[in-house]
Design a protein around this ligand. Sequence first.
Ligand SMILES: *Cc1c(COP(=O)(O)O)cnc(C)c1O
Length: 296
Amino acid sequence: MKKNIDKITIQPLPHFSNRGVLADILRLDLLHPVVSGNKWFKLQYYLADALDSGQATVATFGGAYSNHIVATAYAANEMGLKSMGYIRGEIPEKYNSTLSQAMDYGMELQFIERNAYRDKATIMQKEKLPGVYCIMEGGYGKTGAKGAGDIMAIADTQPYTDIVCAVGTGTMMAGLVQRAAPHQKITGISVLKNHLALKNEVKALLDEADKEKNFTILHDYHFGGYAKHPAELIAFMNTLWLTERLPTDMVYTAKLLFAVQDLINKDYFPAGSRLLLIHSGGLQGNNSLPAGSLLF
Ligand SMILES: *Cc1c(COP(=O)(O)O)cnc(C)c1O
């Protein structure tokens, strides 16, 4: 798959840098228009595994708006693998843009009613279809974390004292923790409401030594829950665009940026801190907003 690794830049955030703290953002959203942000990093070793082990199909799971579903469909297609997506919920009357894109990239979709979807791991194991390589929802797993760790090597991340990222399944965060240097702290902003098990889910992907590293997850910036986007958040995204020329997505990165601004203003980061935020992509998720909501 052709990736624009050389387009990834570190963008300074001048309006965030105050109270003795400097903030920059790593623009992984520029990697690829479809497989953007952290999704490629998380998928890379899974897809290589599928190819190496001679499996013809990758199967994965997600909600109807899942960036991971589209990314998997596209990347698998590019690598000559078939793909199957198990989607949580009833068959919709009309497919949204995420689902139609996934279909355009050749993914075969199967809808699973919500309760049955919860048993998805069991379904995966039970089905064990020959020739099918299964990837957990959101790419969760050690192989995904290993891939996400490569984000730390995409630019010179050494000068930063703090890496701050949005957290869904915690796979990306686990990868960042694995590759963090001893002087670095990783802070994750959860986009889920009260999902307090998240820290243990991150830890489950780490070996014993990495569990002792400096990392924390904050739970106060979900704006009502996963994919909830009150008017205040949309207004913030437009302000960010006007002041920093930074496009964000409403599910993950807008909440990350809001959190960081708030935390800097509350002196959460000691003076002298150098922050690297991770722009983990996901901009296509904004397509489900009414036209004209965003200035970018
Ligand atoms: C999927 C996604 C995340 C969450 O990554 P996890 O590894 O599941 O925590 C963060 N940001 C964006 C834009 C995403 O699409």
